[in-house]
Ligand binder design. Structure first.
Ligand code: ZN
Length: 263
């Protein structure tokens, strides 16, 4: 039987409340739109927003979250460091994290990258974007065409100041000439991370079926294994089996009769 994956979609949820045109695209917020198509795919999806106490990311919520999705843009600095640390700890423990679009500049992504990942080129000119699949065997692109055309998006261009990704899944081309590493994976601790570029708030990007399929696949890919092995770390006083190598006899064979192991 297939295990139910619990996802939490976190959204800053500010653009939608301030601008009628954005609310018209996402009447239930970007988080509502994403949670909706995840539920349609059989994923149990809850939501959390910046304005909620503890930004909706209490320890209890995070403990039952297999995969956290993150959309933020104008209020990264308002995210409490304590909540960032809590999310970071859960990623180390194995929670999956999907960082969307302007989430590249979020506190949590910058912390996980360890670089100035907020730095890149950008332009708002309603231009065309083509996302090209770099790795057709990757689970995240199954059921997706080899390229996705978005008629209007914000441009992000290289150089993107990130550590070398584990896997490069998508590269974007933009009408104005720039390119960008748009789909990347990382592993941090036991957690799997996917950064996915598209999703500017003024365009209906998250209503695109191929973009939805990528995000659904990414949630399934990033979910932790059902029964990961328990790992014991620290000082191990009792070895698994008797250690026979460290004897006076062996040392004298190596270094001569004068060499004896004291104590
Ligand atoms: Zn944007």
């Amino acid at each position: 039987m297939k295990r139910t994956i619990h996802a939490t979609v976190w959204n800053e949820y500010r653009h939608e409340l301030r601008h009628e045109a954005i609310r018209a695209i996402y009447p239930e917020g970007i988080h509502g739109a994403i949670a909706g198509f995840l539920r349609d795919a059989g994923i149990q999806a809850g939501t959390a927003t910046l304005a909620e106490p503890e930004h909706g990311l209490t320890q209890e919520v995070l403990d039952k979250t297999d995969v956290l999705l993150w959309w933020g843009h104008m209020a990264h600095q308002e995210v409490e460091d304590e909540v960032v640390q809590r999310v970071y700890k859960r990623v180390m423990e194995g929670m999956g994290l999907i960082v969307l679009h302007s989430g590249h500049a979020s506190k949590i992504f910058r912390k996980l990258c360890g670089t100035d990942s907020e730095l890149l080129r950008w332009r708002e000119a309603n231009e065309k974007e083509i996302l090209w699949v770099m790795d057709p065997s990757h689970p995240i692109v199954q059921g997706v065409p080899d390229h996705i055309i978005l008629p209007h998006e914000e441009m992000y261009g290289e150089t993107f100041i990130i550590p070398k990704p584990d896997e490069l899944v998508f590269v974007s081309w933009f009408e104005g000439g720039e390119v960008f590493r748009s789909g990347l994976t990382y592993t941090r601790g036991r957690g799997k991370i996917f950064y996915f570029r598209p999703g500017h708030e003024t365009f209906p990007t998250f209503l695109n079926k191929d973009i939805q399929q990528v995000i659904i696949n990414a949630v399934r890919w990033a979910a932790p294994a059902a029964q990961p092995p328990q790992i014991t770390l620290g000082q191990i006083k009792e070895p698994l089996m008797p250690i026979v190598g460290m004897t006076e006899n062996k040392l004298s064979e190596l270094y001569g009769e004068d060499y004896t192991l004291k104590g």
